[in-house]
Design a protein around this ligand. Sequence first.
Ligand code: PMP
Length: 404
Amino acid sequence: MRDLRADFPGLVTGEGAAWHYLDTAATSQKPQKVIDAMARAMGEDYATVHRGVYARSADMTRRFEQARSRVASFISAKNDSEIVFVRGATEGINLVAQSWGGMNIAAGDRIMLSQLEHHSNIVPWQMLAERVGAQIDICPLTDDGRIDLDWLEANLTEQHKLVALAHVSNVLGSVLGAKRAAKAAHSIGAKILLDGCQSAPRMRLDMAELDCDFFVFSGHKLYGPTGIGVLWAREELLEAMPPWQGGGAMIERVTFEKTTYGPAPQRFEAGTPMITEVIALHAAIDYTLAQAGEDGMASLYAHENALVRETREALGRFNSIRLLGPDSSAGIVSFTMEGVHPHDLGTILDEENVAIRAGHHCAQPLMDHYGIPATARASFGLYSTQDDIAALVRGIERTQKIFG
Ligand code: PMP
């Protein structure tokens, strides 16, 4: 892959030195093209959508809906109307829990999650379960940190109405056998939601092939801005779901006696939407696919997977380091270092212009599983290079000397 660092103004320090940004799983840096697209949308092109009769608003509306089509083709959705713009993956999951969950999950029903879920794919289901009197079950992990599908297949029952799993773990990088999980869920009549936060920036996505029912992701991890995310749901599910927030833009007709609601996806997009963020998300998808080239997203996966393997090999040479998760994963390496708290490691690496993440990564149940409070995590993006790994290794060597 060509070196893309020059496209990303965020990849230099204030002094102009290279910044080894290894926290893309938290949020990605933005290419200048996305920054420019957003600035234009906020500047000379700015107007509201869906309401204005003047030309600029009509133009913005057209571009807003073009972005919806772009997202639909990016994930090979059947129809543009299956795409709901939300603030992020967290909001998408809350929408499904409140709207679909409120209608389809009742007392005595069960929801299946896994041990490695991000808090945003745990807490909305706990809130729903508490409200309606449902139960939550947790699918355990294999020794190398994957969701154990043998266990899942053996333990799903007809009481389970929903299976909600991370497509890629934000801590371990492990990739779910999504088709197998979907088959297991559907075999007992449950629906399946995939949390695609970490798969959307680095994997080819095809909703029909994945055979899931709900899919969510956030724009800011996909080289786009914060404040924009996507919920995809099967058309027939979305059509049957009640609104979750009321307000402008989601109605058909309002009177004080009775209000009727508009069709999906507008029914789920109350209020003035994230106009500039949607336009910038379109630019981010275009940029990402342009870099991916002919092989599409598969080449991005291969690029990051090669960096993962190289990092694991390099870190594996340190006796003090314990690597978590599978050897081959999607752009993410988590580890602990004996005698060094991940926060201390993160602080020392920062002095070397290396930015890693240290903490529980919003996955406290996973930390409990490993019996640790935190990990250090290096995560890659399409702009990451072997230089970043070399800088990480140098920083770890220095840390070892300090704590020696
Ligand atoms: N799920 C996963 C797997 C994630 O990595 C994240 C972000 N760290 C989220 C959900 C939540 O995404 P957001 O904060 O953008 O809503």
